[in-house]
Ligand binder design. Structure first.
Ligand code: NI
Length: 401
């Protein structure tokens, strides 16, 4: 039974590969920014309607939710999620499917995630007699922009009626060769908060510092002090990183400016330490500035929480993936400090987020995500839908047995 299903999925995933390449290229050529995915949503809706799949549009503005019902649809539900938005980046690739929307680019592979989920819809829709339960497909807007689309999707009630027992999502990974997928057990990605510091002093002539309060010197002390919080206050076994990536202050060589702006990102994997660190950074930045005669405010724009993969679900998915792809195609990956709003779903119900390999060294495909030259090996459009359809059916079987 399983062998028949496995072979059927593989065969059909291969047969629909060329169509999915077309779909991915269409999405890639017409990328849209977070919460502006109007045409993307229309395109997804049109494609699903052509397959006679019931769907709800306008979820969290530009999202869509579709249901595919197998036999005994009320027995259990599994949710699958793809993000659909693009980034404000000018594409530098000279490819036939280069972005036609100037300054906007699918540089994080969300075109692949969306095309893959459409492929999953196609596969599952043709296999309704082969599984019990319901598959809920979530096409989520605005993953790239804080506060993210996942919160809105959850608030719209998508994790209710029917309530999924678990949720899975996939993300391209340019460090993994195409054809392989990667799992992380437990904590997979960090939380990510944006920090905005404003240091104020008193401007003056560079030759008379005694009459001024130099915010540049204060800023330097604050930067060093904040890094010391990471090394002295954080439990060494808790991953934690502070990167201050932007600093601006002053115009010329002989004028002490009035203020300095610093901004950066703070990421960790422990929610309690996260809150504690926010407080410590605020207190220290302000204290250092005051001790030096100036002032400092720290505004924190809270981003996504850390993404914690459910251990049992991840274990099951990994085993199912090995059964489908073979052990040599399934790799174990380590925690990384990227961030993803899939984390919000995984806070509500057991979640498993896994990586899809897109690297092709021979063709020099696979530079970093979020760069103007990011691209993928399109063979992933066979692996991605096939494995996800298989994982969803296997997971439903656990809950409908
Ligand atoms: Ni992404």
């Amino acid at each position: 039974m399983d062998d028949y299903l496995k072979d059927t999925i593989k065969k059909r995933a291969k047969a629909q590969h060329a169509t999915l390449i077309d779909i991915r290229r269409h999405l890639h050529m017409h990328p849209e920014l977070s919460f502006q995915e109007f045409n993307t949503a229309k395109f997804i809706a049109k494609t699903l309607k052509e397959m006679n799949i019931a769907l709800q549009e306008g979820v969290a503005n530009t999202g869509l939710v579709a249901l595919i019902k197998g036999k005994n649809p009320d027995k259990a539900t599994v949710a699958l999620r793809a993000d659909i938005d693009a980034l404000p980046i000018h594409e530098a690739n000279e490819v036939p499917y280069k972005s036609k929307n100037e300054g906007v680019m699918h540089a994080c592979g969300h075109d692949v995630h969306t095309a893959s989920l459409i492929g999953v819809a196609k596969l599952l829709n043709g296999l309704k007699e082969e599984f019990e339960g319901t598959i809920k497909l979530i096409f989520q807007p605005a993953e790239e922009k804080n506060p993210g689309g996942a919160i809105g999707v959850i608030q719209a009630g998508v994790l209710e009626q029917p309530k999924p027992t678990s949720i899975m999502g996939q993300h391209v990974n340019p460090n993994i060769p195409v054809g392989k997928i990667g799992f992380v057990k437990g904590i997979m990605l960090g939380s990510a908060d944006e920090l905005y510091l404003t240091v104020t002093g008193k401007g003056g002539h560079a030759a008379s510092p005694q009459l001024a309060v130099d915010p540049i010197l204060i800023a330097a002390q604050i930067i060093v002090s904040l890094q010391q919080i990471m090394s002295r206050n954080c439990n060494p076994i808790v991953p934690s990183v502070l990167s201050l990536c932007h600093i601006q202050g002053g115009e010329t060589t002989n004028v002490i400016p009035k203020a300095v702006q610093i901004s950066g990102t703070f990421r960790t994997t422990d929610e309690r330490w996260r809150r504690e660190a926010h407080q410590k950074m605020k207190t220290l930045a302000s204290g250092v500035a005051k001790a030096m005669g100036g002032d400092c405010t720290l505004d924190i724009n809270q981003g996504y929480p850390c993404l914690n993969n459910d251990l049992a679900l991840t274990q099951r998915s990994r085993a199912s993936a090995i059964a489908f792809l073979g052990a040599e195609k399934v790799v174990d990956m380590e925690l990384s400090m990227w961030a993803e709003d899939f984390a919000y779903y995984a806070q509500q119900i057991p979640g498993c987020f896994y990586y899809l390999g897109v690297k092709n060294e021979a063709h020099d495909i696979g530079p970093c995500l979020h760069t103007p030259t990011f691209d993928i090996d399109e063979r992933v459009l066979e692996t991605g839908p096939g494995v996800m359809a298989w994982l969803a059916i296997q997971e439903l079987a656990v809950h409908t047995r």
